[in-house]
Ligand binder design. Structure first.
Ligand SMILES: Nc1nc2c(c(=O)[nH]1)N[C@H]1C(S)=C(S)[C@@H](COP(=O)(O)OP(=O)(O)OC[C@H]3O[C@@H](n4cnc5c(=O)[nH]c(N)nc54)[C@H](O)[C@@H]3O)O[C@H]1N2
Ligand SMILES: Nc1nc2c(c(=O)[nH]1)N[C@H]1C(S)=C(S)[C@@H](COP(=O)(O)OP(=O)(O)OC[C@H]3O[C@@H](n4cnc5c(=O)[nH]c(N)nc54)[C@H](O)[C@@H]3O)O[C@H]1N2
Ligand SMILES: [Mo]
Length: 758
């Protein structure tokens, strides 16, 4: 590893005032710079004009849906364009590159440098005791994997990770292979992302997904955006919020930071039409303390209860009595919660909480959106359940303009789950899989991401295969995870770009380069397309239109079939038939998963089709008692222990998770450095530091010492006692055992840390 110091290829940092508005002209300039710089002019135009177009490819950026009818020629955003350019870049790296650099040398480079080197174009193998990757043929690579998997005493000793860009077709095939091999060890990036949403929503409304459509944003009287930075991570969502405002709706932004897009938004398309107006999006910003959201939501609930008693606001009695359980307990828990506790834990004064409460009471239809600011806490599941409480009171689920909206990250992370990428599959799903393919799928639940790391660390799991993603950098407790991976006999990465997971390896290691979303995939002379599911449950097709980076690349389905053939030697399932035409995979999906009836014909509809969603479609809730559940959640103790501050790890404007596009964070006014700590001016003074000073950040609250060095202090508008650092640079500080209850998601948004001079 790099010893957790800022790497040597890091230029000097600068800080400017944070921006109030998002997108606009700087976004266009940045889009052009990234696309043309990486792809060239002609390829840039050809590529960008087909992103999210009917018949084009799904943007690999985020899972925000595309409008059904009125699509413009520019259905992409600055950050979507960066994601596309990053995949479609012209630079390539093959065995020559890897003969020049040893793995140890590459390990000293920054994530930014690694990603910049180009697309991976050849299968590569690192032999035991070697420090170099060398060229290997596809067949030999598959043979090594098959041999290793077949040498294990128990299929549960292998781990099969998935990141969220994988298509439905590849995901279905992968889990089918893994289960016919004999395990449910299918951890995925969702374990670190919206697992808390899935757990909280399943418990309360009987489905682990959101209940709104894009159109609902036109009809909402109030949209609450909690723990999310859409200006950077879901820029196209700002258009939906703009539409809410145009139709007279209001927006509340709940976030320790005043994130730019929510303060003001300038639509890049308006600039193309030369209209220079910007829209003020958020009507109210509640600068909540880190993990103060349960308290805040309880405060809003308490206000509504008070107004109800006064007769100035009424709950949706009808909905509550016919469709829900647990209302009385919820009400009495609000009565028993005192305001001091609410104000202290949320960090918001009563006047502001009541202002938000008044906006709730005046709104006929309410949507609550959220992302990682709610899910990545010890009580992440409770955060999600509190959003449901607030909505159920007013009957705000399954009505136009109302509902829950967990905003997904990776472009097909939701689809991957629907396809069975899950360590805790339902028995009914396994039964239909077994029946369709004539085998007995394993029933025992598998490892999720955190338990997979522990199993490798303990030496129990010996093979790691990653279908996409960057496991070592995305996971918590980097040193611990590195030790865990290094104990395996074989690590395999199916990837498009070079990342740190290729450098922290098992004794043997393979890199299998695959086609990306933007590229043409031809099988038996037929151009194939794949399908994906967006954040709102719409399944639609995606077809790449660029010449592949190399003729030596294979598609993800072909790689999975190649591994399956060598491992299972043709038992039960005809893998070659399945991949000979992706319609065959879709037919199998239709046979095994409900909601996919007539998949192959419905997928031809350019707008795709909606999957069934009982709460949204008919206010039906498939919980144990068939009703939506109110819940009582404790306000967590989010006081800092003496000498510690609470750290959240967040994304900059120039990254896609662990892929670093650049070193700036334009909206936050930070330039040229990712090794920074954003801190309140008063905390800086109190700790005796000065802005610009370098510090060591230490996470040892649980008794184990973890540290990162060379982080520069920057003054920022952030609540007292809270600090922010970037993911993945600060991941070494997140203890492996610091996870959300019930979802086991690393609690990487609230870690107690202390500082020392550097
Ligand atoms: N360009 C780009 N797009 C992306 C990604 C990317 O890296 N780059 N990543 C994709 C993925 S996988 C995901 S999951 C999403 C992530 O999308 P986001 O969740 O928006 O990403 P984060 O940067 O983790 O931002 C979390 C936000 O929560 C706030 N926050 C932190 N703690 C708290 C808290 O306790 N309470 C409240 N109310 N707020 C809090 C932070 O200030 C920050 O604004 O974006 C997806 N889209
Ligand atoms: N501290 C902290 N840690 C976090 C988070 C946080 O907020 N804070 N966020 C968490 C979240 S929300 C998530 S989703 C995870 C992300 O975890 P991952 O999904 O594991 O990580 P990514 O950075 O998205 O993966 C990027 C790599 O995927 C590969 N790739 C890209 N496109 C394709 C493709 O089409 N096919 C294949 N096979 N490979 C491809 C490339 O090689 C690239 O280097 O990180 C989590 N970790
Ligand atoms: Mo994510």
């Amino acid at each position: 590893m790099k010893g957790h110091r800022a790497p040597s290829d890091k230029p000097k940092s600068r800080q400017k005032a944070a921006k109030k508005s998002a997108a606009g002209v700087p976004a266009i300039i940045s889009t052009t710079k990234h696309s043309i710089g990486k792809m060239g002019v002609i390829k840039s135009l050809k590529t960008l004009m087909t992103v999210n177009q009917k018949g084009g490819f799904d943007c690999p950026g985020c899972a925000w849906p595309d409008p059904d009818g009125k699509r413009t020629k520019f259905e992409f955003c600055e950050n979507g364009a960066k994601a596309v350019a990053d995949e479609a870049m012209r630079k390539k790296i093959g065995s020559r590159f890897f003969s020049k650099f040893s793995i140890s040398e590459l390990s000293l480079k920054s994530d930014y440098w690694l990603n910049k080197q180009g697309r991976l174009v050849e299968p590569l193998y690192k032999k035991p005791n070697s420090d170099f990757y060398e060229k290997i043929g596809w067949d030999d690579a598959f043979e090594i994997i098959g041999k290793e998997l077949n040498s294990l005493n128990n299929p549960n000793d292998a781990i099969f990770y998935t990141s969220g860009r994988t298509s439905n077709e590849a995901a279905f095939l992968y889990q089918l292979f893994v289960r016919s091999y004999g395990t449910n060890n299918l951890p995925d990036c969702s374990n670190m992302c919206h697992e808390s949403s899935g757990a909280g929503l399943t418990e309360t409304i009987g489905i682990g997904k959101g209940t709104v459509t894009l159109e609902d944003f036109d009809n909402a009287s109030l949209v609450v955006v909690m723990g999310q930075n859409p200006g950077t991570n879901h820029p196209r969502m700002l258009s939906a919020l703009e539409s809410t405002k145009k139709n007279g709706g209001k927006i509340i932004h709940v976030n320790p930071l005043p994130e730019a897009g929510l303060v003001r938004f300038k639509h890049p398309q308006d600039y193309l039409k030369l209209s220079f107006k910007s829209t003020k999006l958020a009507d109210l910003h509640l600068a909540v303390k880190i993990n103060g959201d349960v308290a805040l939501m309880k405060g809003i609930g308490k206000y509504l209860l008070g107004e109800n008693k006064k007769g100035t606001y009424s709950f949706d009695e009808n909905f509550i009595s016919s469709k829900t359980n647990g209302f009385e307990e919820y009400v009495s828990s609000l009565e028993n919660t005192n305001w001091e506790k609410i104000i202290q834990s949320s960090g918001i004064n009563r006047e502001l909480i009541e202002k938000a409460g008044k906006m709730f009471s005046e709104s006929k239809s309410i949507i609550i959106c959220w992302a990682m600011g709610l899910t990545q806490h010890k009580n992440g599941v409770d955060n999600v359940k509190e959003t449901v409480n607030l909505l159920l009171m007013g009957g705000n689920i399954g009505r136009p303009g109302a509902g829950v909206c967990p905003v997904r990250g990776h472009s097909n992370v939701q689809g991957d789950r629907t396809m069975g990428i899950w360590e805790k599959p339902k028995k009914s799903f396994l039964d239909s899989l077994g029946k369709r393919f004539d085998f007995k799928p394993p029933l025992e639940h598998g490892y999720d991401t955190v338990s997979a790391i522990k199993a490798m660390y303990e030496g129990e799991a010996k093979v790691f295969i990653g279908l996409g993603g960057n496991f070592i950098s995305a996971t918590p407790d980097t040193d611990f995870t590195a030790k865990a991976i290094r104990k395996t006999n074989l690590s395999v990465q199916i990837s498009t770009k070079l990342n740190r997971s290729h450098l922290v390896t098992g004794k043997k290691s393979l890199i299998l380069p695959c086609l990306g979303r933007t590229e043409i995939d031809i099988v038996n002379g037929q151009k194939q397309f794949v399908s994906v599911e967006n954040s709102m449950g719409v399944v639609h097709s995606s077809q790449g239109n660029l010449k592949p980076a190399s003729i030596n690349l294979k598609s993800e389905p072909a790689i999975i079939a190649g591994i399956a053939n060598k491992t299972l030697k043709g038992k039960n399932i005809d893998w070659n038939y399945l991949i000979s035409d992706y319609n065959n995979i879709r037919n199998a999906i239709e046979d095994c998963i409900s909601g996919f009836e007539n998949y192959n014909s419905r997928i031809l509809n350019p707008s795709g089709f909606y999957l069934p969603n009982p709460p949204k479609d008919s206010q039906s809730f498939s919980t144990s008692e068939g009703k939506a559940n109110f819940s009582v959640n404790e306000i967590p103790d989010n006081n800092n222990p003496k000498g510690y501050l609470t750290m959240m790890t967040i994304r900059s404007h120039d990254q896609y998770n662990t892929t670093i596009y650049g070193l700036d964070d334009r909206y936050r006014g930070i330039k040229g450095n990712r090794y920074v700590v954003l801190m309140n001016e008063k905390d800086i003074t109190e700790l005796g530091f000065t802005p610009g000073q370098k510090v060591k950040i230490i996470s040892d609250f649980d008794g184990e010492y973890r540290a990162v060095e060379g982080f520069t202090i920057m003054t920022y508008q952030i609540p007292l006692g809270c600090i922010a650092t970037y993911f993945p640079e600060a991941n070494p500080l997140v203890p492996i055992g610091h996870v959300a209850l019930k979802s086991n998601t690393p609690a990487s948004k609230s870690v107690f840390v202390r500082f020392e001079n550097n």
